[in-house]
Design a protein around this ligand. Structure first.
Ligand SMILES: Cc1cc2nc3c(=O)[nH]c(=O)nc-3n(C[C@H](O)[C@H](O)[C@H](O)COP(=O)(O)OP(=O)(O)OC[C@H]3O[C@@H](n4cnc5c(N)ncnc54)[C@H](O)[C@@H]3O)c2cc1C
Length: 674
């Protein structure tokens, strides 16, 4: 952890006794000017108290617009600037930079939003103009009370944490590590790769020979995973979870629980002698119980690191079973790779930036009784991926009840795009359905194949071409309306798909294109990393267009399907983006923090309510002149305002949003300042 917490006051503002306010009204092309009479607003503003000059311009954020402000500050000795334009989220940094260049402290700048709050939501010019005048008036009323503030600067710990070792986490970790920064990659499972290592083939399919059924998932995912495991800058924590997080951007402190691995992968030669003697057999979850595995086993040839792993929950040594006194696997391993005495450990790490890449869960189709997922002839798409994989339980042979299906139906949008359910589109199902239908066509050339779809959404590069190709491979696409009832019914030794508007389709195999859903522990992870979720339950980005990788917690970024369903291509884009954002922090010599933090004024009675409510541990009671008073740590304060609401004496305030400043706006609004 770096110790530098310095304060640097920005260049002193030329203070005069009188506030001298400059007001700048933006047309935003036609965005504002088409609805608001900006000239009338400018004229109105020019007559408000303390206003020295008011101007309007078509694009205030442009270079000429900014120069207008900078020149006026110097020429008219302005000491407060109000810009009325778009949301501060868009251009506050632009204007702050402009006033700094002209020698003003950025906290003497105030922004009024007459676009999102006015022109975009009103049609009537007269009323919109009146409202815009009022919005500007409020900002002008606050401006004289603004004070120059200085922001704390902190040093940066040049290491990163990546949570989740799926393809998103692996890509982010590698990108960060390649730039020379050490990375802690924390994966809950005993191996890396997430969902991708359980897939059979992967779209988009590269141009390939006519009989090729696409890119083999393990063939090209495994080398990616290996390069992370072997990377000198990546510390992979398997079977591990982050359980505590403290600190702030540039200086997080994390605690990682490393559950015991029992098998030392550096000593394991993959000989498999341990598995042969293991007396325990349990259904393999990764194959959806379609085959059994031992308690010590190799999860998959695609799983990296390549090693046998021991499942402590089912191992007889721990459960009091046959091996309790004499673990057979330990005796069978000639290389001494198994140590059942390994204990859980806590690793403490300090990192400057965090990438959350915890992926998603599969929608459980058994919720839809009408689709009969409990029938052996009906399986979910992830299950189909396993039976069509050469590493799966049937070695890639498509078998149902031991026989090759002659008629296969795919049903799309299961658990997606439903009123009252998951309303979002899972974005990968149309493509993976086309891929899986193509696989059936290649492996069972005479099979009758039907795809029940609602819309076909194949927007990615090469995706639509692939869909067209599959639909020309004697795969019948049957459109259904989302409102139309679709059900699967038993039909003697087969099943039948019944869909309004179509003939019944008798099938030996039905594949349900199930969507992605947020992880079952998404709320716990959200709380741990102090991030948010959108209404669909996936993690929320700071802005869907402008900051799609950031969260509201500085220094914590998102990658992959934990934010929203994505295919591997989009996941890779975002993971590299998250890595780049993280490296932006790691490479900064210092970080400037928010100056609008809380503070206790002289009326504080030291009751300690604020200390209890602050979830960031930013407030402590300290003795001053023999009395206890609340003192805020500027570096830890997140400016959330909770302490201010909790303070019974009203002495807790927020810099830049003091009661006086807010009440001045209320008064200007015509309200009471009680
Ligand atoms: C049936 C199906 C077929 C698909 N086929 C294709 C295809 O052909 N082509 C394609 O481009 N895309 C396909 N996809 C999409 C693809 O699977 C995803 O794009 C990809 O898996 C996203 O990777 P991820 O790393 O975000 O998530 P995941 O693969 O889910 O990985 C997340 C990882 O995080 C770990 N984790 C979770 N929580 C924690 C925690 N708290 N702490 C530590 N670790 C944690 C998990 O164990 C997991 O390893 C398919 C999806 C499905 C459902």
């Amino acid at each position: 952890m770096t110790e530098e917490h310095t304060h640097e006051v920005l260049e002193e503002t030329p203070r005069t006794d009188e506030p001298r306010v400059g007001v700048y009204i933006c047309d935003c092309g036609v965005n504002i000017a088409a609805t608001v009479d900006t000239e009338a607003v400018t004229e109105y503003a020019s007559k408000l108290p303390h206003v020295v000059i008011a101007k309007n311009y078509k694009y205030m954020c442009s270079d000429p617009g900014q120069n207008l402000i900078k020149d006026d500050i110097k020429e008219h000795n302005l000491n407060r600037i109000v810009v009325a334009s778009c949301t501060p989220r868009m251009h506050e940094p632009t204007f702050r930079a402009a006033v700094i260049e002209a020698g003003l402290n950025p906290c003497l700048f105030e922004m009024a939003n007459i676009r999102e709050h006015c022109s975009w939501i009103h049609k009537e010019t007269d009323s919109a103009t009146e409202k815009a005048k009022k919005i500007v008036e409020l900002s002008v009323a606050r401006a004289p009370l603004l004070e120059p503030l200085s922001a704390a600067e902190v040093g940066v710990t040049r290491e990163a944490l990546v949570v989740g070792g799926g393809i998103a986490g692996v890509q982010a970790a590698r990108d960060i590590a390649d730039r020379g920064y050490p990375v802690h990659l924390v994966e809950r499972e005993l191996f890396l790769g997430g969902r991708t290592i359980w897939l059979s083939k992967i779209f988009p399919l590269r141009k390939c020979e006519e009989d090729c059924v696409g890119d083999c998932a393990p063939c090209f995912i495994t080398p990616e995973l290996k390069s992370a495991v072997n990377h000198p800058n990546i510390h992979v924590h398997l079977n591990s979870e982050v359980f505590e997080l403290d600190g702030y951007v540039g200086n997080f402190e994390v605690k990682i629980r490393e559950n015991p691995l029992f098998v030392d992968r550096r000593l394991c030669t993959l000989c498999g002698e341990c598995t042969k003697v293991c007396p325990v057999s349990v259904p393999d979850d990764n194959d959806y119980g379609m085959r059994e595995r031992k308690a010590i086993y190799r999860p998959s040839e695609a799983a990296i690191p390549a090693t046998y792993v021991l499942d402590g929950k089912n191992c007889g040594y721990f459960t009091g079973g046959q091996c309790s006194g004499n673990p057979l696997c330990v005796g069978a391993c000639k290389f001494g790779a198994i140590n059942l005495g390994t204990k859980e450990e806590t690793v403490e790490a300090e990192v400057g930036a965090i990438v959350v890449a915890t992926g998603s869960d599969n929608y459980d189709p058994s919720e839809k009784r009408e689709l009969m997922h409990d029938n052996p002839r009906v399986m979910s798409a992830p299950e189909f991926e396993r039976i069509s994989s050469h590493l799966g339980p049937t070695s890639g042979e498509i078998l149902v009840n031991g026989g090759k299906p002659e008629r296969v139906a795919f049903i799309s949008c299961v658990g997606s795009r439903e009123e009252g359910g998951n309303t979002y589109c899972s974005r990968v199902c149309c493509m993976y359905t086309a891929k899986e239908a193509h696989t059936v066509r290649k492996k069972l050339p005479d099979a009758k194949i039907a795809v029940y779809y609602t819309d076909v959404r194949t927007f990615g590069k090469g995706h639509d071409e692939f869909y067209v190709r599959v639909s020309n491979e004697d795969v019948e696409y049957r459109q259904r309306d989302l409102d139309h009832r679709l059900e699967v019914a038993e039909n003697g030794r087969s099943v039948v798909v019944k869909c309004e508007g179509h003939d019944d389709f008798e099938a030996d195999l039905v594949v349900l294109a199930t969507g992605m859903i947020p992880r079952s522990d998404a709320v716990d992870v959200m709380r741990l990393f102090n991030i948010s979720r959108s209404s669909d339950g996936f993690y929320l980005e700071a802005h869907p267009k402008l900051r799609p990788i950031d969260t509201f917690t500085d220094g914590v970024f998102l990658a992959g399907c934990c934010q929203f369903p994505k295919d591997i291509t989009d996941t890779m884009f975002q993971a590299s983006g998250a890595a780049a954002r993280a490296c932006g922090i790691l490479s900064s010599p210092k970080l400037t923090l928010n100056e609008a933090v809380a503070f206790a004024d002289e009326t504080c009675t030291g009751c300690g309510q604020c200390v209890e409510t602050c979830q960031f541990g930013a407030i402590a009671l300290e003795e001053k002149d023999g009395e206890l008073v609340a003192v805020v740590n500027d570096v830890l304060c997140k400016a959330c305002g909770t302490c201010i609401a909790a303070c019974p004496s009203g002495s807790m305030q927020q810099k830049h949003y003091t009661d006086k400043q807010i009440l001045a706006m209320i008064e200007a609004m015509g309200g009471s300042s009680l």
